[in-house]
Design a protein around this ligand. Sequence first.
Ligand SMILES: N[C@H](CCC[C@H](N)C(=O)O)C(=O)O
Length: 283
Amino acid sequence: MKLKFTKMHGAGNDFVVIDAINQNIQLSTELCRHIGDRRFGIGADQILVVEASVTPDVDFRYRIFNADGGEVEQCGNGSRAFVRYVTDKKLTDKSCIRVETMSGIIEPRLEADGSITVDMGAPVLEAARVPADVNGLVATPQGDDLLWPLQIGSKTTLFSLVSMGNPHAVQVVDDIDSAPVSQDGPLIENHRCFPKRINAGFMQIINRHHIRLRVFERGAGETLACGTGACAAVVAGIRRGLLDSPVRVSARGGELSIAWDGPGQAVMLSGPAVTVFEGEINL
Ligand SMILES: N[C@H](CCC[C@H](N)C(=O)O)C(=O)O
């Protein structure tokens, strides 16, 4: 069968977007892994699937699969690509849409100037959900920052644990260009304290309104930008008294902007969403 798709990116975090409203497609882990493969398939960090909503007062359902085929709860950069896609494909005439994801409802908005802002919902301090004693590992938070000391390779590293629907472990580093992302990223992602695995953020503080960020993503490896990772890093930095909202997040693939007014409040994510090409794949 032939499957139509659209290739998109948000600050270099790239996606294959599939309309499953007007195409009959049953996605499996194996099929998503094939589509995400940069040599045998199309290639992408994530595959985004557009489905009709079955929930009143919700416009669409949005499924997210990492390149390794795993279905996940949330994708910040993907949510901006989503609203660009459904607008350009005339699947909606709304500028602000309500989208159901595995982790709840998000509200991406296409602004008059063409930029896109997403209400990502309120963060959960993942520490509250991390089992204190997993496989005999006892991890206890330090102070009210909820900084968790975890053994990564031969060293103990302090992490902020934040969930944006999907889990993030964020650490502060002096220089992200020399940070051991490729070495420590997989160790953090697969750490035994995180039974569902986790996204690993490496944050360099430039000033109270600007960070540089690299993220080794669960199920995708290091990406050029991570929207939920940017949200989690800013939440962690504000909670630790290191940052003030709004914060400019410089990722390797582009710039994102995050605003957060504190616990219980929604995190607002703004940034680009670009359509690169339309295509068809033989399955
Ligand atoms: N790798 C993530 C999903 C994609 C998140 C990222 N691409 C974003 O923009 O938020 C996870 O397994 O939770």
